[in-house]
Design a protein around this ligand. Structure first.
Ligand code: AMP
Length: 187
């Protein structure tokens, strides 16, 4: 089963992808995690990505599309995968469709996590205190929420048109949201 977890930063996509992995064995692919690992390992990819990430801007499409194209062909993805934080632009979504078509893989569900802005800001500031992520500062948070609205929200229409979009109210406890994911995805 192939899924996309779609939603603004702080919506709980990563947390839910980890819970889903524990339950189903279906791997989580987070472009944010891959990029952060590249930054901390000081690779060329990391050097390229760091400035964008610190400002809360998107890393160029060609870079993240290349990461995903490679990653989904690794053996642990045979059973399926949850894309967490990708695609974030229409160009990424179209590239993903082309890659999946070439590999003869279907996309089963796009789960859209809906959380009000005020709660997102609170959650992201809480995460900044706990995890010390360099992009969880007020300026970057504001930027990331705006970029979500401008670049990523249009994906809702895009996937609505493909009839694979499922909406979830992303407020409430982690366990409650996990139950909602189970209901819409069926696993
Ligand atoms: P995340 O952990 O998903 O919030 O991602 C952290 C940062 O990594 C984002 O603010 C972007 O700078 C970068 N990033 C992650 N995924 C993508 C993507 N699909 N496209 C562009 N940039 C991305």
């Amino acid at each position: 089963m192939q899924l996309i977890f779609l939603g603004p930063p702080g919506a709980g996509k990563g947390t839910q992808a980890k819970i889903f992995l524990d339950r189903s064995g279906i791997v989580q692919i987070s472009t944010g995690d891959i990029l952060r690992a590249a930054v901390s390992n000081g690779t060329d990819l990391g050097k390229q990505a760091k400035a964008f990430m610190d400002k809360g801007e998107l890393v160029p499409d060609s870079v993240v599309i290349g990461i995903i194209e490679q990653r989904i062909q690794e053996t642990d993805c045979k059973k399926g995968f949850v894309l967490d934080g990708f695609p974030r632009t229409i160009e990424q979504a179209e590239a993903l469709d082309a890659i999946l078509a070439k590999l003869n893989i279907a996309l089963n569900h796009v789960v859209n996590f809906e959380v009000p802005d005020e709660e997102l800001v609170q959650r992201l500031m809480g995460r900044a205190a706990q995890e010390g992520r360099s992009d969880d500062n007020p300026e970057s948070i504001k930027n990331r929420l705006q970029i979500f609205k401008d670049k990523t929200q249009p994906l809702i229409r895009y996937y609505e048109g493909k009839a694979i979009l499922r909406h979830i109210n992303g407020t409430g406890s982690t366990a409650e949201i996990a139950e909602k994911v189970k209901t819409v995805v069926g696993v």
